[in-house]
Design a protein around this ligand. Structure first.
Ligand code: ADP
Ligand code: ZN
Ligand code: ZN
Length: 741
């Protein structure tokens, strides 16, 4: 009898079930060279699914006659390499999320679909022997042809049409040199095709001379090479953190290793990539939402083969395979976008730390406004704390000025002192940036006769009035409806538009400063592909003088000619029920302010508020983020909140609030019966109790000890899976939740 026959394939299947599944080997399939991490096609509930092999076992708890045969083993070598498998298993365990779903998140779409691990074929043009022998001086009348031959002489491996086009080589010229048999087309597969930097950006910029603090930080990073160490690079905006990254990377590349750079979701990526490409001739690959599935797979392959040396990507890039990873950098580590807010709710920064530990390599967390979590660990000496307290080069920190707008005349959100300052800076030829974190025209449409306001029919929320296109838009469930000229309640025509959004601010500014061009950057104005780039180009070229934006404008951008930043409303953070609101407000104010005066011109930041004397605001502006954060940390410690405690949040949604409440109450009862001393808060309706037509309820678990919380969750989840009432609700568990809605 074939001894293989009794072997069992234990696989992860992409389903929401928190378990693995056992299959028999496919017919005729041997065990030799079969490794965990390969894809296996399996029959699953009348379908075929692509599963990942977790392990090969001798026995199964499933009776032999019920075991099904797997259909085929797709890969010879694992698509989920051992290190990523380990990371995913850890994450599935820590976030209590189904392993099948975790592994699915870790793979490019094409691989999830069962496609081969194969880079796409691409056409390249390269010189022939005859082409190399051409005497260029004899070609004086064909300058364009000379250019092609010269360029191709520099790129023996050949160039793609796109790269040639970037050098202004037209199809006609290419055809001409091909007809003379100087250039030939070859087809080859390259995982880097279409992802490589354009040919002319191979001009390599030299490193800057670092100041003392930068040098100290760099030395500290380099000292940890080949060891696991978390380093918090805590440097004010414009202090040259990126320069430190670049020089650290140069060292890692010299050691023939690869680097992973994680960046927040939006806006930031194009500029960052450019800076990296200007510095290194080594292939830089960017993983962002603009890639096609094919390009994504190519990038993935190039990281795995080691062809790509630097991978820059958003959250999910943490799952990229590497041949030889030497350093991880998480830029703007405080940024919320590193935490996935639905499905598999992982935090990419935290996974990055786990990954660095597994590889025994350093990880640098960089920010001007570190999260309290990271700061706390740095203060406890668990992370190495590196400071950059001064702006790099000749730039200086901006001047902050709080504008007390109590009782003052405000029109469309703009106080007189702000308007006066804007005029001054604009007349000097400088750029001005206004920050307002609310898109649309106005947050409230109200009837003056009866007090009716336009509410979303599916959420406990008002609909935002948008001017162009004219509509009411719920920013929570995305539903939209037309604006009627009459009150939907009393039929009177006296509708008022109350409050301020970026659209309305733009309109007001246009009225005050008709002679200047405005760039508005928010989710609405950047929806069309490429529109963000166009707006940024217009800002950098100086075409737009006034910049208006939501937090999309606050992140990581570098606008050398912005000398004035106006924060239209700094008060929101003080009134939120979320215990993290003040931390966020502080981070946002400093990040926005950090856009001002980043080169030779000093920057001014004007902050409009009704609470000019608020001690935390004062501390933030007069002292530093460090002091502000220290005060917040004391408060958190006193209240036993993160980072001094650990949270897990159960959320449930149902068609009635009662159903959702009952379900979480059952979880609470089970949790209480476990006999663990874990405080449980709730169930209570979520701050927004109804969203997209569903009632939302939450239950919070809190503990000062992470292992205790983890143990409790581990015991709890199998019990929850048994609750019959789970059929009536949609529920989720969020470990280390960052948002409490
Ligand atoms: P951060 O990432 O901390 O916001 P950047 O790295 O973007 O800061 O640096 C801000 C500006 O300062 C950039 O224009 C950069 O080129 C410049 N810069 C950085 N380090 C130095 C240095 N040592 N000398 C001169 N200019 C520098
Ligand atoms: Zn009315
Ligand atoms: Zn809604």
């Amino acid at each position: 009898m074939n001894p293989n026959k009794s072997k069992i394939l234990r696989v992860a299947v992409p389903t929401p079930l928190r378990q693995s599944f056992d299959y028999l080997l496919p017919i005729g399939c041997g065990l030799d060279r079969l490794q965990p991490g390969v894809r296996v096609r399996v029959p699953f509930q009348h379908r075929q699914l692509i599963a990942i092999l977790l392990e090969i076992c001798d026995e199964s708890a499933v009776p032999a006659h019920r075991l099904k045969q797997a259909i085929e083993i797709i890969d010879e070598t694992p698509v989920i390499t051992a290190d990523i498998l380990e990371l995913c298993l850890w994450a599935a365990d820590y976030y209590h999320h189904p392993i099948g779903d975790v592994l699915e998140c870790a793979l490019p779409v094409l691989l999830r679909q069962g496609k081969p691990v194969e880079a796409s074929m691409e056409s390249y043009w390269r010189l022939t022997a005859a082409g190399r022998a051409v005497d260029l001086s004899s070609l004086t009348r064909a300058k364009k042809q000379i250019d092609v031959l010269k360029a191709l002489a520099l790129h023996e491996e050949g160039m793609t049409k796109r790269q040639l086009k970037e050098l202004n080589v037209s199809g006609a010229v290419l055809k001409a040199v091909c007809e003379k048999a100087w250039v030939e087309e070859i087809r080859k597969s390259s995982s880097l095709a279409g992802l490589l930097p354009s040919a002319h950006s191979n001009v390599i910029e030299s490193p800057l001379i670092m100041n003392a603090e930068q040098q100290t930080a760099l030395d500290a990073i380099l000292q940890t090479q080949n060891n696991f160490q978390v380093l918090l690079l805590d440097g004010v905006t414009g202090s040259g953190k990126t320069e430190v990254y670049l020089q650290a990377i140069a060292n890692v590349l010299e050691a023939q290793k690869q680097v992973l750079v994680l960046v927040p979701e939006i806006g930031l990526t194009p500029q960052t990539i450019q800076r990296f490409r200007q510095r290194f001739s080594a292939p830089v690959v960017a993983l962002h939402s603009g890639l096609t599935d094919k390009e994504r797979l190519n990038a993935w392959i190039s990281a795995q083969t080691g062809e790509a040396k630097i991978i820059i990507g958003t959250r999910s890039a943490i799952f990229s395979p590497f041949k030889n990873l030497g350093l991880i950098i998480v830029d703007e580590e405080h940024d919320l976008s590193f935490k996935q807010q639905e499905g598999f709710r992982y935090h990419a920064r935290d996974l990055a730390i786990m990954r660095a530990r597994a590889h025994q390599i350093p990880i640098v967390l960089g920010s001007a406004t570190p999260s309290l979590e990271s700061l706390c660990r740095a203060l406890q000496d668990r992370y190495q704390h590196l400071h950059l307290r001064q702006r790099a080069g000749v730039a200086v920190q901006p001047n902050y000025c709080v504008l007390d707008i109590r009782n003052s005349f405000i029109e469309e959100g703009l106080s007189q002192p702000l308007l006066t300052a804007m005029r001054e800076h604009l007349q000097n030829g400088d750029q001005v940036m206004l920050f307002l974190n609310r898109r649309g025209f106005a947050p409230v449409l109200m009837c003056h006769a009866c007090g009716w306001t336009a509410k979303c029919k599916r959420c406990d929320a008002r609909m935002t009035f948008h001017h162009s296109p004219r509509r009411l838009h719920c920013h929570h469930c995305d539903s939209q409806r037309p604006v009627f000229s009459k009150c939907e309640d009393c039929n009177q025509k006296d509708l008022q538009i109350i409050g301020l959004g970026t659209e309305r601010l733009e309109q007001a500014i246009q009225k005050y400063f008709p002679e200047y061009s405005i760039a508005r950057i928010d989710r609405d104005s950047t929806q069309r592909k490429g529109s963000m780039e166009d707006l940024l180009d217009g800002i950098h070229s100086g075409e737009h003088k006034i910049l208006i934006g939501t937090q999309m404008l606050a992140k990581g951008h570098h606008f050398p000619n912005v000398t004035l930043v106006g924060i239209i409303d700094a008060d929101g953070g003080f009134f939120s029920s979320d215990f993290r609101a003040v931390e966020r407000m502080g981070q946002l104010v400093l990040q926005v302010a950090g856009r001002a005066g980043r080169v030779t011109k000093p920057g001014t930041v004007l902050i409009q508020t009704h609470h000019p004397d608020h001690p935390l605001l004062q501390q933030l502006l007069r002292e530093s983020y460090g002091y502000f954060a220290a005060t917040l940390l004391k408060e958190r410690e006193g209240a036993a909140l993160p980072p001094y405690a650990f949270l897990a949040l159960f959320r449930a949604e149902a068609h009635s609030q009662e159903q959702a409440m009952q379900f979480l109450q059952q979880i609470k009862n089970v949790a209480a019966s476990l006999g663990e001393s874990i405080p449980l808060w709730g169930p209570v309706p979520a701050p927004m109790a109804r969203r997209s037509g569903r009632f939302r309820v939450q239950l919070l678990l809190q503990s000062a000890q992470r292992p205790l919380l983890q143990r409790c969750l581990k015991r709890l989840l199998p019990e929850i899976e048994k609750l019959p009432s789970k059929q009536q609700v949609r529920w989720s568990l969020d470990v280390d939740p960052l948002e409490m809605f």
